[in-house]
Design a protein around this ligand. Structure first.
Ligand code: HEM
Length: 139
């Protein structure tokens, strides 16, 4: 299911399910010309690299082939975070996503009942009406 996971990764690149997390500086440091004092709360977000053309050329284009081979530069694709506090549910989430995709694709044809349904951020991205679809089993 390598290609299915590449598709899922491209979806999470364009629309990260988690908008980031907070970190507390444990000592003073300087980053990109800014001095961050010890104790200051910082926020990291996948949006700062997921759409950076330096790492993802033509960033608005849906292109699962970006994840071929060794994939993006480390710490540029971070839907599950990175480092010691990286999401511990990552592998479980991967299995769930792949099982849902596999069963949906192999058993059904489907159509969105609201073709241009909007996505809102609360702060997680959600479809306003819950993505209603009409399914039909493959003949
Ligand atoms: C597509 C699904 C998921 C995404 C995109 C996601 C994303 C994330 C992100 C970005 C973080 C913050 C990482 C950081 O601070 O560096 C996180 C933390 C966490 N996630 Fe997930 N997650 C997913 C599914 C899950 C699942 C299924 C579980 C549990 C079964 C889980 C459990 C956790 C826990 C416990 C943390 C806190 C880890 C810590 O602070 O040490 N996540 N997740």
């Amino acid at each position: 299911m390598r290609y299915s996971w590449m598709v899922a990764c491209e979806v999470m690149r364009l629309c990260p399910p988690n908008p980031g997390a907070f970190r507390e500086a444990i000592k003073d440091f300087t980053y990109s010309g800014f001095t961050i004092p010890k104790g200051r709360k910082t926020h990291w977000t996948p949006y700062s690299t997921h759409k950076d053309p330096q790492y993802f050329p033509d960033p608005e284009k849906f292109d699962p082939s970006r994840f071929k081979g060794s994939g993006p530069v480390p710490y540029t694709f971070v839907p599950f975070g990175g480092g010691p506090r990286m999401c511990p549910g990552k592998e479980y989430a991967r299995v769930l996503v792949l099982v849902v995709m596999h069963n949906l694709v192999t058993n059904f044809r489907w159509k969105k009942t609201i073709p241009d349904e909007k996505i809102i951020y609360n702060p997680f991205p959600v479809l306003v009406s819950g993505l209603p679809i009409r399914t039909e089993p493959h003949a």
